[in-house]
Design a protein around this ligand. Structure first.
Ligand code: MCA
Ligand code: AMP
Length: 480
């Protein structure tokens, strides 16, 4: 297998001769310099069982991830604003012995690592080495990506090199994505969308990457005008904000392909985007555990509200509550299961979660509910569990936020739901029974400080008691 981050046309005699440059928030590195900086860091981390990376949207993060890939050390991206509760869980569970930080300078917050067991290593994008490394075995783990379940702390998903290579190659085929493209996005670099597709996809296809730092309408418009962006990635919240800014949206007219994913793209946003840019967006569907498995094709029909067909190397099926097949007739609804080369190797240290998520014949239970037409077009109609929330494209487990709230000394009970929200798709809302004197805003800040900022409840409703059934179970359907 070609190494994950190698472009298709790299000659082994001439490793640096490639134009796939990368620019993040105004700073850039040529592909040759990126490779040399990654090789220098790979020498420093060699032999570690795993390395964590404080994954800011920066060149440093790209260098660190590439160092792990070429050096054969699994990389654990850490949300840059992860509070102690989330950070300590990820570091402890993953067994990362090194923590690579773009900016560990005491003045800029070495205090954030107080009490952390891992050795802190500064990522130096100016270091250079021409060292070569043995290509890691294809089934080696490339990334351990932490993602929320319905309850408890996030689980580490083991993503092998093969799955990433297979997924990027399948998407390159679906989207006619080549080294001629200029990829533009401003997504976070600690999840599949921004990191696997948005960075490793660019490196593997050889396309130039322009990361806008933040995914704002004006920055996307600027990248279209000034950098000649052809391929744009966004979560639905990003596209929703772009259509609210018609001038920025119109600036994307010269692009080749606009791609939406990570959450359902509302039909009115699809239609407005088509009106303003002349492009019907391509929608694709996936999960951390499976990478991207279903997508509209660049040469296929783009129907609002649908996510297309399985990508190369992936098969899908629908099952009912008893595991029986559900017909692909476009109307029958079932749980979507997927199999194929893009699947992860399961969860780190969680055999219980593995057996709950994978069927005996090796298919992954997505927990998403879908229909499939006879010609294979998928429509995601919802999720089986209401305790997995999608807000701004981030997956947030109700149980993790409830646990964080209950750690506040004044909180007695907490129930968290995802309420419909025009901008974010869903917003995290917490219903809390607390001691007198505890304020809603204080609880929002408390969660933002112990987990990641995006997991904070945007609304906290203080109550005297939570609605419970006769068994004492909170009735979340009565909230909201
Ligand atoms: C607000 N802030 C706070 C607080 N309140 N900080 C501390 N305490 C508080 N109480 C600050 C934040 O730090 C931040 O500051 C600013 O307010 C805004 O933050 P936030 O509210 O999070 O921003 P937003 O405007 O709501 O973000 C919208 C977004 C974001 C940009 C669309 O949700 C986003 O990046 N989403 C992408 C998620 C994603 O990539 N998902 C892919 C998962 P400051 O401004 O200083 O930072 S992978 C996946 O799903 C797969 C496989 C797939 O299919 O793709
Ligand atoms: P994550 O593991 O953060 O990638 O979240 C995966 C979940 O995001 C899936 O199980 C779906 O519920 C949701 N998702 C991703 N892409 C789409 C899409 N295009 N339409 C609807 N839901 C999506």
């Amino acid at each position: 297998m070609r190494p994950v981050a190698d472009p298709p046309d790299r000659s082994s005699d001439n490793p640096g001769d490639h134009a796939g440059a990368i620019e993040i928030d105004g700073r850039s590195l040529s592909r040759a310099d990126l490779d040399a900086a990654a090789a220098a860091l790979a020498e420093r981390i060699a032999g570690a069982p795993a390395v964590a990376v404080r994954a800011t949207a920066s060149l440093e993060t790209v260098v660190a991830v590439l160092a792990g890939l070429v050096g054969g050390v699994p990389v654990v991206p850490l949300p840059p604003d992860a509070g102690p509760r989330e950070r300590d869980h990820i570091l402890g569970d993953s067994g990362a012995t090194l923590l690579l930080d773009p900016d560990p300078d005491p003045e800029h917050g070495a205090a954030r690592w107080d009490g952390v067991a891992a050795e802190i290593v500064r990522i130096d994008v100016d270091a250079r080495s021409s060292a070569r490394f043995a290509v890691p075995p294809a089934d080696a783990i490339a990334l351990i990506l932490y993602t929320s379940g319905t309850t408890g702390a996030p689980k580490g998903v083991l993503v092998p090199h093969t799955a990433i290579a297979a997924d990027v190659d399948a998407l390159a085929d679906a989207w006619a994505w080549t080294s001629e493209d200029v990829l533009v996005h401003g997504l976070p670099l600690f999840h599949v969308h921004g990191l696997v597709l948005g960075v490793l996809g660019a490196l593997r296809t050889g396309s130039r990457l322009v990361h806008t730092g933040r995914p704002t309408p004006t920055r996307y418009a600027q990248a279209a005008a000034e950098a000649g962006g052809t391929l744009f990635f966004g979560v639905p919240t990003v596209w929703g904000r772009i259509v609210e800014d018609p001038d920025s949206a119109r600036a994307l007219a010269g692009a080749r392909l606009l791609v939406s994913g990570s959450a359902p793209l509302p039909v009115p946003v699809f239609e407005r985007l088509a009106e303003l840019t002349g492009h019907r967006p391509v929608e694709r569907y996936g999960m951390t555990e499976t990478l991207i498995t279903v997508s509209t094709r660049a040469d296929g029909e783009r129907v609002p509200g649908t996510v297309g067909v399985p990508v190369a190397g992936v098969a899908t099926r629908l099952v009912d509550d008893h595991g029986r097949p559900v017909p692909h007739d476009g109307t029958s609804v079932g749980e979507l299961q997927v199999s194929g080369r893009t699947l992860s190797d399961g969860y780190l240290n969680r055999p219980d979660a593995d057996s709950a998520s994978f069927t005996a014949d090796g298919w992954f239970r997505t927990g998403d509910v879908a229909t499939i037409t006879p010609d294979g077009t998928h429509r995601i109609v919802g999720r089986a569990s209401t305790d997995l929330i999608k807000s701004g494209g981030y997956r947030i487990g109700a149980g993790e936020v409830e646990g964080a709230l209950l750690a506040h000394p004044g909180v007695r009970e907490a129930a968290v739901i995802g309420a419909p929200h025009a901008d974010l798709g869903q917003e995290v809302v917490a219903y809390v029974v607390a001691d007198a004197g505890v304020e809603a805003a204080e609880l929002t800040d408390f969660v933002a400080g112990t987990l990641s900022v995006h997991k904070r409840p945007r609304r906290v409703v203080l109550m005297t008691e939570l609605p419970r059934n006769a068994m004492g179970k909170v009735q979340k359907t009565l909230l909201g």
